[in-house]
Design a protein around this ligand. Structure first.
Ligand code: PLP
Length: 454
């Protein structure tokens, strides 16, 4: 069998990267500084110390191209990394396309998604600093599950605020978190002032990631033994996820191929950053490669939002970051891709999008589910509803290439499996999933409370 016919492209364990790749070293325009939420002055590392480990703060502002992965983290990566790159032969056949479609399968991690790639180092760096407990938010529950397991493995306690609509849509994610020894409660909750304020405003709110972040940050600020951890958006999270794209490059070399387009779904942006950023140096060196982020039409941060300073949470406890945003108090409709219901996009992704190095599109919920169903029926894996957005775009790229009479190499990130998202699939199969689109009128309202920056 020729290499081009391989179905799974597997790297040996010793090829797990020894360094994370930091795109900050190569960006044509550096990031705008994040601002202190009260003073609106540029943030200092000391401002972050009450809730983040020092190593993570250093990574947040580092401009070193490569940052070493600690041996303890690499050891735990070995359980599931390098993750396989699959050639989607059956999907290609179903689409009757000459294009080659590959997917990097991050659902192979013990928690079912890419989120474990960052949970492990985040908890590790907190542990070596003597932190005993971590608070966090979770949307669909993937991040909360990853953090819960990482905390158990390193001997820390985990407190997870899970967005209310997802808590009820995906009850088994809570079961897993509790099995790993974490506490998981629906957000907004009565445990924090931020939660009580949100419930007072709207007792029936579905919750949002921005709201759950406010609760988790407040929890961490109020206790000396606790730090806060975020599953996306921040520079150090995108850094940790770079392990995905670095492996993909080696795997594409193994089959003598190179992507025309690299695709990932976008919530806060970490899995897309992870697969796409390691290709940025090639693009800057003149390679013809497109990097395409895919967001939900119900929460189209990059494609409809504005590039401005905004908070990462509803209350305004986090620093103000320059990013594409739909407004920090925007509550997206309760689409089933809970992990994509975030008002902002990672500042790194935002700057690169602003500079034209990255493209973005928005897709509707049912179009994503239809793509997921075709994928399950051809490639056998039930994808997470978030990842389904990337599948939709990959299929559309292949169909477009067919129409144009060209052959393309398409690579996408299958960021997680959907084995615990069956309630959502039931709703889709019953024809009960809505196509919600975000309107310009909604944007005008949702961005009216952006922080003022002089
Ligand atoms: C499987 C999966 N993919 C993607 C995302 C979106 O997050 P990010 O954009 O940070 O990768 C999530 C978030 O929960 C997720 O669970």
């Amino acid at each position: 069998m020729s290499r081009a016919e391989l179905t799974k492209i597997i790297l040996p364990e010793e090829k797990i990267p020894k360094f994370w790749y930091n795109v900050q070293a190569d960006m044509p325009n550096p990031l705008a500084p994040s601002l202190h939420p009260q003073t609106m002055q540029p943030l200092t590392p000391a401002d972050l110390e009450p809730i983040f480990a020092r190593e993570l703060i250093a990574q947040e502002v580092s401009d070193e191209r490569f940052i070493e992965i600690p041996a303890e983290v690499r050891e735990l990566y070995k359980q599931y990394r390098p993750s396989p790159l699959f050639r989607a032969h059956n999907l290609e056949k179903a689409l009757d396309t000459n294009s080659r479609i590959y997917y990097k399968y991050e659902g192979i991690s013990p928690v079912g998604s890419h989120k474990f790639n960052s949970a492990l180092p985040q908890v590790f760096f907190n542990k070596i600093q003597g932190i005993k407990r971590i608070s966090t938010e979770t949307g669909a529950g993937q991040w909360g599950t990853a953090l819960s397991l990482a905390c158990k493995l390193f001997g820390l306690e985990a407190m997870v605020y899970m967005v209310k609509v997802s808590y009820f849509q995906k009850p088994y994610r809570r079961s897993i978190m509790e099995l790993y020894g974490a506490t998981c409660i629906p957000s907004p909750s009565n445990l924090t002032a931020a939660g009580r304020q949100a419930l007072e405003k709207d007792p029936d709110t579905p919750g949002s990631l921005g709201m759950a972040i406010s609760e988790a940050v407040e929890d961490a600020v109020s206790r000396d033994d606790t730090n806060y951890s975020l599953g996306s958006v921040l520079n150090h999270v995108c850094l940790h996820q770079s392990i995905i794209g670095q492996e993909v490059k080696l795997q594409m070399d193994m089959v003598d191929d190179y992507p025309d387009v690299v695709i990932g779904c976008c919530g806060g942006g970490s899995n897309f950053a992870g697969i796409a950023f390691p290709f940025i140096p090639d693009k800057l060196a003149g390679k013809k490669i497109r990097l395409l982020g895919v967001e939900p039409a119900a929460c189209p941060t990059l494609t409809k939002g504005i590039f401005a300073y905004d908070y990462g949470d509803v209350v305004g406890l986090t620093p103000a970051m320059k990013m594409y945003t739909l407004g920090h108090d925007f509550v997206p409709s309760g689409i089933h891709a809970g992990g994509l219901r975030y008002h902002g996009a990672a500042p790194l992704l935002s700057q690169l999008y602003h500079d034209g190095l990255i493209e973005a599109i928005a897709v509707k919920q049912n179009a994503a589910f239809e793509a997921a169903m075709l994928f399950a029926r051809t490639e056998s894996i039930v994808p997470a509803p978030e990842s389904a957005h990337a599948i939709r775009a990959a299929i559309d790229e292949a169909l477009k290439a067919k129409e144009e009479g060209v052959t393309r190499t398409i690579v996408f990130n299958l960021s997680g499996h959907g084995n615990l998202d069956l309630y959502s699939y039931d709703k889709f199969l019953a024809g009960e999933t809505e196509d919600v689109e975000f309107s310009d009128e909604e944007l005008a309202v949702s961005i009216k409370d952006l922080p003022e920056v002089k």
